[in-house]
Write a protein that binds this ligand. Sequence first.
Ligand SMILES: *Cc1c(COP(=O)(O)O)cnc(C)c1O
Ligand SMILES: [Zn+2]
Length: 412
Amino acid sequence: MMRTGVNMEFRCIQCGDTYALDDILYACRRCGDLLDVHYDPQELERRMVDTDWKARPLGVWKYSVFLPFPEDIEPLSLGEGGTGLHRCRRLEKELGIHSLYVKNEGENPTGSFKDRGMTVGVTKALQLGFKTVICASTGNTASSLAAYAARGGLKCIILVPAGNIALGKLAQAIMYGAKVLAVRGNFDDALGLVGRYVEEGDVYLLNSLNPFRIEGQKTAAFEICEQLGWKAPDRLIIPVGNAGNITAYWKGFMEFQSLGIVQGLPKMVGVQSEGAAPIVKAYNLGLSVLEPEPNPETIATAIKIGNPVNWRRAIQAIRDSGGLAISVGDEEILEAQKLLASKEGIFVEPSSATPLAALKKLLKAGRIDPEETIVCVATGHGLKDPEIALKGCKAPLEIDVDLDSLRKAVEA
Ligand SMILES: *Cc1c(COP(=O)(O)O)cnc(C)c1O
Ligand SMILES: [Zn+2]
């Protein structure tokens, strides 16, 4: 039994125009802005009462009552979500703060949060009857889409910026059998090209302007609330590239709050790299339009994006939550990456270290209350980008097969 329709629909974030969820649409037909999935709160309350959703195991599909599908949907899944929310006591001590958690999205099946969006997005592609899916990607969207497409028996086309994708991510996409095309341009060029291509044909677009991606990704906010004992954190610090994820988290927190599942909302802190910080600039200067960064530059390739499609929603989330936007430099990112790995055993890729780098900077400037409950989102696994990791580390010391040299080396 389909329960889509008036109970759930696409709604334009700008003009409020509405569309059915089975319309194949990535933007409003009237004004061209992005679409959101809007739910009738009474329908959600009915679904909550009808199911024992709280008893299900943690993961994206635990929250299927809050997702835009009929309740008997069979998801295309690899077991995504249910990632750890790790209390970081050694870092708390080091930074002089009361409670710090890291939500480690590197624990997802392909090693990044993108899997939350893809399990939902590719389930939708299958429901709509598509045979081919496509995306432009800085890397992790490619890895994730390629995996879910393989599992769903779909053809997968991926456009990446030539020479600008981390090794682990490229290996994944190729291994999962996607057609990987290296575009001679940056991510923004690749996304523009994909957008024009999908207008022509029977191909489903799975970049984060696809509202189903956002729906899947919002479940990370649900999980954090649940893992904190059905409480929202005081502050969420998150890397921002195309800004789909900060949009998704904010939507998730707002939905749980408006349904009375949790009280309160976190302050949202969006973090970008200094060389790719158009949202930070727009927010801090109070600009009403985004000035794209024509030549984004940073070692954090996952957020090396100059013209983020979800910028308006990111700024809205930051403003409405009383949060802030901040940029960090490559050196600060590498330092934070090492700190998180060596102090807490959590190895993340460079973009995922930006929240910790930002936290250090904000504490130093006295802009964060040390008593807050803070969650840093670690968006992707460190093994995604081994080249960057090794560049900043000493090579292992070579020794002879000899007890004396071992003793000497251990003490050195
Ligand atoms: C995609 C990605 C980001 C950026 O997320 P947006 O939704 O584009 O803002 C950050 N970190 C990692 C590891 C990613 O894969
Ligand atoms: Zn519109």
